[in-house]
Design a binder for this molecule. Structure first.
Ligand code: HEM
Length: 430
């Protein structure tokens, strides 16, 4: 479908409930949202949602307006042109408050150029395939322990007992967070990100004022304690790498350390947890795919975990800000305008994926953008996430009998992550 003008496009989109700037859109069933994305991909150029920055002092309903990049090619191009499409001042919608950055430190996801590269280099070595190969046995060991406990305790909710536990224990091991701190951090990780992109009702706001901010403050405190310990007794873990970092003769400040600590924990746990939970649902809903995987795990595991990430797309979107006049996807952009990269739409782009709605673990090639569209911010933990998912699904498919999701997962209405709140599950002990 080709729609020529912004006015008629807006009319047509309203008729299909496809206003991506309206929080109500993010409360629609996922199938409806995917239909809206398909409609948008059929248009000639990215569409503006909300008000254009600078066009009015009254901002759009979710803050400033943005152009939606919904095609695979456009998301890739914007990701790989960081000079024109910057991550500063922030990649989430709405933008984090300036005071929050001042108090809790800025995360490297919101930085550009040398500043970003310098920060990323401090931790990137630990995430290379070579060093992760050395962590392989530890990752398998965590998967075995998580499934041992699952078999012994027979929990009902897959999310806290299995899907969160796996990435949480692995990232804590990599960072070198001692066991004694883990219980208090586990809940905080969840709270720190639970409201990104979520429209909260007044009652919820009153009941838990600033729970996310309190969680960040607590993590900062724990990081400060650990930093003191590691300065005295450095080891080979990530926290030691952070306290050892030297940027033009300066070490990282306590705010910078705190920002790293919460970024690595939140980015490392929340995304992978949601991918694992969606993975169990997908394998339950598609028993024929599960049979293929179980019959030859070594051959199909890589394809399965990538297809789980493509199909579920745990991170729905990241935003960029235009820095210079430029063109993309058939539209001209001016400095200050916002574009939102919808990975959830790019991963269903029929121009790239045959039968994009079908879950097919043998899909090859599978150039999904679940970990980003390339460029300097490409997911630091993509190899780690793949390793974790493979190790865990291996245990889940070989040890209990008939492990399955029961009922429909309870999802969170969010424009940022495809978050699973709870997922009931069942199995027979082997
Ligand atoms: C299935 C699991 C995961 C998914 C779907 C995912 C997705 C993403 C996406 C979409 C981005 C943004 C890329 C961009 O802006 O171009 C990102 C960035 C990032 N991810 Fe992941 N991620 C996952 C697992 C992990 C893990 C296990 C870690 C471990 C710490 C991690 C750490 C990061 C970090 C630090 C960044 C920011 C990189 C930067 O700004 O330079 N992620 N991830």
């Amino acid at each position: 479908m080709k729609i020529p003008t912004q006015a008629s496009t807006q009319q047509m989109l309203r008729a299909h409930n496809a206003d991506l700037a309206d929080p109500l859109f993010w409360q629609l069933p996922r199938s409806e949202r995917l239909k809206a994305f398909a409609l948008l991909r059929g248009l000639d150029a990215p569409v503006l949602f909300g008000e254009s920055p600078g066009s009015s002092r009254r901002a759009g309903r979710t803050g400033k307006g943005f152009y939606a990049l919904v095609k695979h090619a456009d998301v890739m191009e914007a990701s790989r042109q960081p000079r024109q499409f910057a991550s500063a001042p922030g990649v989430t919608t709405p933008e984090p408050a300036a005071w929050a950055k001042a108090v809790f430190g800025n995360s490297m996801v919101n930085m550009d150029g040398t500043e970003h590269a310098t920060m990323r280099r401090i931790v990137s070595r630990a995430f290379t395939p070579r060093l992760l190969a050395a962590a392989e046995e530890d990752i398998r060991d965590v998967a075995r322990r998580v499934v041992d406990e699952m078999l012994a305790e027979r929990p009902c909710d897959f999310v806290p007992s299995v899907a969160s536990r796996m990435p949480f224990e692995v990232i804590c091991n990599l960072m070198g967070i001692p066991e004694r701190y883990r219980p208090e951090i586990a809940d905080r990780v969840n709270h720190a990100s639970e409201n990104v992109g979520v429209r909260r009702g007044v009652r919820a706001r009153l009941r838990v004022p600033g729970r996310g901010l309190r969680a960040l403050a607590h993590m900062q405190l724990v990081m400060a304690k650990l930093a003191r310990e590691r300065r005295r007794h450095p080891t080979g873990d990530l926290i030691s790498a952070l306290v050892r970092a030297d940027i033009d003769g300066q070490s990282l400040s306590s705010r910078q350390l705190g920002a790293f600590f919460s970024l690595l924990l939140v980015a490392g746990v929340e995304t992978t947890r949601n991918a694992i939970a969606h993975g169990l649902t997908l394998l339950t809903e598609h028993p024929e795919q599960r049979e293929v995987l179980a019959a030859d795990f070594e051959q199909y595991a890589d394809g399965a975990v990538d297809e789980i990430v493509r199909h579920s797309t745990p991170i729905i979107q990241f935003r960029r800000t235009v820095t210079t006049e430029c063109a993309l996807g058939g539209r001209e952009f001016r400095p200050g305008e916002k574009v939102v990269l919808f990975y959830a739409s790019a991963n269903r782009d029929e121009a790239v994926f045959t039968d994009p709605d079908v879950f097919d673990i043998t899909r090859n090639p599978n150039p999904h953008l679940g970990y980003g569209g390339g460029g300097p911010h490409y997911c630091l933990g993509s190899h780690l996430a793949r390793q974790e998912m493979k190790a865990l699904f291996h245990e889940l498919l070989t040890r209990p009998r008939d492990l399955r999701a029961v009922g429909i997962p309870e999802l969170v209405d969010s424009n940022f992550d495809n978050r699973v709140r709870t997922l009931r599950f069942a199995f027979e002990p082997s």
